[in-house]
Design a protein around this ligand. Structure first.
Ligand code: CTP
Length: 736
């Protein structure tokens, strides 16, 4: 295998030249070091999936035979390079005679190394780099030539840059990543600042502070701050500049965890989280000692800082160890290692993280990747076996693991709703979008799993704060309109965790209740069924009634103390063994739906039938609820009748209805139902239709009447076979 490598702390020229060398010969494997300067790192982060680079970790196995080094003659030796003698160097720095001279080596005097490689691309009309590649190479040339302004810039750099623009190089895109060149004054100020630079650790963040008296330098210093931030790459940078009116502060941060905007707002300034400025006015600037004034300002800034730096993101590695089973942890380890090697950030997201933080047991989890989940799935199944089921249209894969379990791998995605209550349209996206599409802040927490990031909590929507405040909080005011099932979910989480609906969320829910009417029956039924898996389903039923959600499903739905009592009896009941003959264990949905059967059957049969139609319940469920509703209204009367009348009534109803009814009916009725299950339903005459034919009775209504009457007599009078014959003969005689 041939590889292309470049220097550590790679910049755009390093990456641009590796890319160009790869375009010239794509059989070479282009490697970038893990350490990259900030701008390059953020460009690569943003366009990772469209760039061809490997790191040493992701480089496929194989023997390295030839090495091409670009943009340097000073290379860090990697163990896989040991013993490789076939080395070519392409560089634009002065020739240092480190590597043996050979014909293929190129040492050119261009402003950027990328330039002379681009010149070679220009000789290949069949190569079209396209926008992203051309922009990366363009940034290489721009960065090393100070946007074509440094004295070292050559006409060749400018020509190569022009060609790259023709090839799609995008100046707007480039401006987002490369440095603006500094003026002489700014360079002078930059040097002054570097002399006083000091680093502090505040709340776990590295803050660099530099001071300079710039009263004699009239220039704009934000470019200097930009430059120093990129050069030093601290978490936060503060420049304290002595100006005529006091001490000007220019602040830049490389993380949202430092809110310089808020800090500067209370210091006569403002700005954004990552870029802000302010002023400490000093009246005696003319007469005072600038060094002392700047030192005082530094003290003041250091005192104020901690309030504006969020404490480091919690790490959930310990909670995962405690809250997950050894099998789950083993699986997570495999994913962690594979994702790290693919350089793909992977997360567990949502309910699982919420439950870990609440010390609730973790049932199962999905994996969300920032990037292509299918690629991760392919690698996992190649390494560890199993089967991969792909759903490319949703960017997901299901890995069926050899141990018999399975794991869903999902690419981070954004969702949009074409119209209220529609199912969402999906597009592959970053983690932020993936979290923003979710229902409540407590479900937006994520834990990263790959490599050095293992266990780090990602909290982009304030989920942790709401979790600690016990609040169910939507992410935006459109949330319930997009998906009205979230109203049912809000209640489920509120009741499960004993949380509260945040004030705005409650208002939105109340204002948007009518959205429930747009939901299909199946979706509502699904949400209602989920209540049955909660420890106290009745609290959820009561709450959807109280909030007015239930009335949107059917205006008759209400909640009473009696209904509550029925639910408690259902939950506390121990099912007697005789029910096992009639309620088959493998089809048993009693636990999963029972609470709903009991609640919905409290309404008159007409309402129950309407509910069945609205909720599009499965036929069997509908029959059970209707049966239960009939029992409630009719059985108190029927129970006073004969065993045969009771049996004929009960026989028409599903066993599940009888079971549920027996839990809350009077003891006398319960005894009758038990009798029916154990005895009456088995009582049949010894005479059959065939016997009657032999006795000269034609099949038809008469035979049916006789057989029913005979069964009733057996049930009510406990006839023996002889008595049955007598009963039949007598009935036939009477012309029955
Ligand atoms: N989700 C959503 N809107 C919905 C349903 C789900 O935004 N109508 C999001 C939630 O953010 C949730 C994720 O999809 O975290 C997965 O939903 P679900 O499978 O219901 O998982 P959990 O939140 O874990 O719920 P539970 O604890 O009841 O399993």
């Amino acid at each position: 295998m041939d590889i292309i490598i470049t220097h550590e702390q790679a910049d755009f020229d390093a990456a641009g030249s590796v890319l160009a060398a790869w375009l010239l010969d794509p059989s070479r494997m282009p490697i970038l070091p893990k350490k990259r300067n900030r701008n390059l790192a953020s460009f690569i982060d943003d366009y990772k999936s469209r760039l061809p680079f490997f790191t040493w970790k992701t480089l496929p196995k194989g023997t390295i035979r030839r090495i091409l080094i670009t943009d340097t003659q000073n290379i860090a030796l990697h163990e896989r390079m040991e013993g490789v003698k076939d080395i070519i160097v392409w560089d634009h720095h002065p020739h240092r005679h480190i590597f043996p001279d050979r014909e293929e080596n190129i040492y050119e005097n261009t402003g950027a190394c990328t330039t002379f490689l681009v010149e070679r691309l220009m000789d290949h009309p069949e190569i079209h780099p396209g926008r992203i590649f051309a922009t990366l190479m363009l940034m290489g040339i721009y960065e090393d030539t100070g946007s074509l302004t440094y004295g070292t810039t050559t006409a060749r750099d400018i020509r190569a840059a022009a060609w790259l623009v023709e090839q799609g190089g995008d100046l707007d895109l480039m401006r987002r990543y490369v440095l603006q060149p500094m003026t002489d004054h700014q360079q002078q100020g930059c040097e002054l600042l570097l002399q006083t630079l000091e680093s502090y650790e505040v709340n776990g963040k590295q803050i660099s502070i530099a001071m300079a008296d710039i009263r004699e330098i009239s220039d704009e210093f934000s470019a200097v701050a930009h430059h120093l931030r990129d050069m030093l790459n601290p978490d936060g940078l503060i420049l304290l500049l002595g100006v005529k009116t006091g001490v000007r502060m220019i602040c830049r941060s490389t993380t949202d965890e430092i809110d310089f905007g808020a800090m500067m707002r209370v210091m006569n300034g403002g700005g954004h989280t990552r870029a802000a400025s302010g002023l400490i006015p000093v009246e005696y600037m003319e007469t005072g000692n600038a060094a002392d004034i700047l030192s005082d300002a530094r003290e003041k800034v250091l005192r104020a800082l901690p309030e504006y730096i969020k404490p480091p993101a919690p790490n959930l590695a310990d909670k995962m160890k405690k809250g997950m089973s050894p099998e789950q942890l083993k699986l997570i380890r495999l994913i962690d290692e594979t994702a790290e090697q693919l350089d793909t950030p992977v997360y567990i997201v949502g309910g699982v993280v919420r439950d870990l933080l609440l010390d609730h047991p973790v049932m199962d989890f999905d994996i969300v990747t920032e990037g292509d989940a299918i690629r991760l799935g392919k690698e996992l199944s190649a390494r560890y076996g199993g089967r991969l089921v792909l759903h490319p249209q949703f960017f997901t894969a299901k890995w069926e693991i050899p141990n018999g379990t399975s794991l869903d791998l999902i690419s981070a995605r954004s969702e949009s709703y074409e119209y209220p209550a529609a199912l969402p349209t999906v597009a592959m996206s970053g983690m932020k979008d993936d979290l923003m599409r979710r229902d409540f802040t407590i479900n937006t927490l994520a834990v990263r799993l790959d490599g050095e990031h293992y266990g780090k909590l990602l909290d982009l929507c304030g989920g942790l704060t709401d979790l600690e405040a016990h609040l169910i909080h939507t992410l935006h005011k459109q949330s319930f309109i997009d998906d009205p099932t979230r109203m049912f979910r809000a209640v489920r989480f509120e009741q499960r965790f004993d949380f509260e609906l945040e004030a705005d969320t409650l208002r939105q829910l109340r204002e948007q209740l009518e959205g429930v009417q747009l939901l299909t029956g199946q979706r509502i039924w699904h949400e209602l069924r989920l209540y049955c898996a909660e420890p106290y389903p009745e609290n959820n039923f009561a709450r959807i009634v109280q909030l007015g959600i239930a009335a949107q499903v059917h205006s008759a739905l209400c909640w009473t103390d009696e209904m509550e009592a029925d639910q408690v009896r259902f939950r506390d009941a121990k099912r007697a063994a005789y029910w096992n003959d009639v309620i088959s264990a493998d089809l048993d949905t009693t636990d999963r739906e029972g609470p709903l059967w009991i609640w919905l059957s409290s309404f008159p049969l007409k309402t129950v039938i309407e509910l069945g139609e609205r909720l599009l319940m499965p036929k069997k469920t509908q029959r059970i609820i209707e049966g239960l509703s009939q029992l409630r209204t009719d059985f108190p009367l029927i129970s006073r009748k004969s065993p045969s009348q009771i049996t004929f009534f009960l026989e028409k109803l599903p066993a599940e209805s009888l079971y549920c009814y027996s839990l809350f009916c009077p003891e006398s009725e319960k005894a009758l139902i038990k009798n029916y299950i154990l005895k009456w339903r088995h009582i049949h005459p010894t005479f059959t239709g065939e016997d009657l034919i032999e006795m000269g009775i034609e099949p038809g209504p008469q035979m049916r009447t006789l057989l029913t009457g005979l069964r009733a007599a057996c049930l009510d009078l406990d006839l023996n076979p002889e008595e049955e014959t007598e009963w039949l003969e007598m009935s036939i005689e009477k012309g029955l």
